[in-house]
Design a protein around this ligand. Structure first.
Ligand code: AVJ
Length: 336
């Protein structure tokens, strides 16, 4: 093996123990904080990813259905906003159905760069896409897309378009979402287009149901976080001593998910004793809901202009095509 090959292998396989200790540190920090919280990115181990897949197929979970309706209805227009010969950078992958709409319609794409934490998932996904789209270079990057990362050298000179579907941007606090859009501007560079899926404010009943489905899949998805802590960190959470709570916080325009302790209890996690009052919750996720105007304003504040916006027939969900003008974000695009 050459030195280069050896190096590449080390770089792209972050050791399991390093990942586990980062998880442990975040769990202990979140559970010893007041109020208690856990980062939503840890929902997606293999069990959680599978549960999320099931959520996207639920009739109550309108987000995926509405976004696909928009992408399919406007595929041509969206694809026309992607410069020819461009590299398509996807922030967090996993939504290969949505990606396929773009890969199939934007015929002249030179490369597809999915950026995701799960190297294993990326490898499998890239493998099947390679067969379906033999003319597009598949260049997965294993990284946390919310932190700075470098693009593969071969796409540095290509025009770039970004894709961030699913309203994952709603997991960020609004100020973090703005920071993320500035970070994306730096990665995508001058003249870039950014296609972003954003869930919209609507009848709270509809929102409520989307996060409290009748089959209880979302409840299991939420509780899997405790199951994962048990599996990977050897804790002993009793899953039946906690309950899934999801509600719309109107004032902050967000769905909040919590895990509520059904009784007073103490759980040992990584050597720390975590005490719960009866009814005390762990805040596990926020899912912000925007209006077309409020998201447009957020994007504008981060240096992007709105080239186009589409919604589904019910106006439940939106897809924004953002454009980076010559003087982007905080006045610089590294790659321009
Ligand atoms: C993938 C973050 C967009 O907030 O709707 C689904 C995750 N949480 N059901 C969302 C989720 C509960 C989802 N996002």
């Amino acid at each position: 093996m050459t030195a280069l090959a050896r190096k590449a292998q080390v770089v792209d396989t972050p050791s399991e123990s390093a990942a586990t200790s980062a998880f442990a540190a975040d769990v202990v920090a979140g559970l010893t904080a007041t109020p208690k919280r856990l980062p939503p990115k840890y929902f997606y181990d293999s069990v959680g990813s599978e549960l999320f897949e099931r959520i996207t197929g639920l009739s109550e979970y309108y987000l995926t259905r509405c976004e696909l309706e928009i992408l399919n209805a406007h595929a041509r227009e969206i694809a026309d906003l992607v410069p020819s010969g461009a590299a398509l950078i996807e922030f967090g992958s996993g939504s290969s159905t949505k990606t396929r709409v773009l890969l199939s319609t934007a015929k002249s794409l030179a490369a597809y760069v999915p950026v995701d934490i799960s190297a294993e998932f990326l490898r499998r996904q890239a493998g099947s896409l390679r067969q379906e789209y033999p003319t597009v270079a598949m260049l997965p990057v294993a990284a946390d897309f919310s932190k700075p990362f470098s693009l593969p050298e071969s796409v540095e000179r290509l025009p770039r378009a970004g894709f961030f579907p699913g309203s994952t941007i709603g997991n960020f606090e609004p100020h973090e979402a703005a920071a993320f859009l500035r970070h994306a501007a730096r990665i995508l560079g001058r003249g870039a287009t950014f296609i972003v899926g954003v869930d919209l404010v609507k009848d709270p009943q509809v929102l409520q149901k989307a996060y409290n489905d009748s089959e209880g899949v979302t409840a299991r998805f939420n509780l899997n976080l405790l199951a994962r802590i048990n599996r990977e960190l050897g804790a002993k959470f009793h899953l039946d001593a906690f309950e899934h709570h999801a509600f719309f916080n109107r004032e902050r325009s967000r769905i909040e998910m919590h895990l509520a302790s059904l009784k007073r209890q103490r759980v040992k996690v990584c050597g720390e004793c975590i005490d719960f009052r009866a009814g005390e919750t762990i805040h596990t996720e926020n899912s912000y809901k925007y209006s077309l105007e409020s998201f447009g304003a957020l994007a504008r504040g981060a240096g992007w202009t709105t080239a186009a916006v589409w919604t589904d027939a019910d106006k439940y969900f939106s897809v924004h095509a953002l454009r980076l003008q010559d003087g982007p974000a905080d006045g610089r695009a590294e790659k321009a």
